[in-house]
Design a protein. Structure first.
Length: 157
């Protein structure tokens, strides 16, 4: 039987990433990211809930996170849920839930800089600009036709 352990978060950093290095020299970035949910209750009052998530990146993605992520910056993160268990100095068993990130995409604009997004995937390569939509003046005929344009979809949803 197959199983999936995948998390996708889009949120705001609560503080700058904390960087450390393993004995092997590999970088580790730990950060906290907040996600918000807003809804109206039965009485029509606005309700809001903020959840904080611990995220850990290892390797090149950690280096990118340490260099580009700052408090208040928005990020898209993909990873998996991890549960750590250890015994503290007093002999108490402690537990922590965290997200082991493997993909990071910076959202929004840089502080004091131009807008844009950058993406980094542990699969390789340096951060690359995210794809952008065609300019408003470009006509549909001038763009390459996608294979999806020829796809006839009868799915009712």
């Amino acid at each position: 039987m197959a199983s999936v352990n995948k998390v996708i978060l889009v949120g705001t950093l609560g503080k700058d990433p904390e960087m450390r290095y393993l004995p092997s020299g590999e970088a580790v970035a730990q950060l906290s990211i907040a996600t918000n949910e807003v809804w109206k209750d039965k009485q029509g009052n606005k309700q809001e809930r903020t959840d904080w998530h611990r995220v850990e990146f290892i390797g090149r993605t950690a280096e990118v996170a340490g260099e580009y992520l700052k408090k208040g910056r928005q990020a898209y993160i993909e990873g998996s849920v991890r549960y750590d268990k250890w015994t503290d100095k007093e002999g108490q068993e402690r537990y922590m839930t965290k997200i082991r990130g493997d993909r990071l995409q910076l959202l929004g604009s840089r502080e004091g800089g131009g807008g844009g997004e950058a993406s980094y995937d542990e699969g390789g390569g340096a951060p690359a600009p995210a794809p952008r939509a065609a300019p408003a003046g470009a006509s549909a005929g001038s763009a390459k036709k996608s294979k999806l344009d020829d796809f006839d979809d009868d799915i009712p949803f």
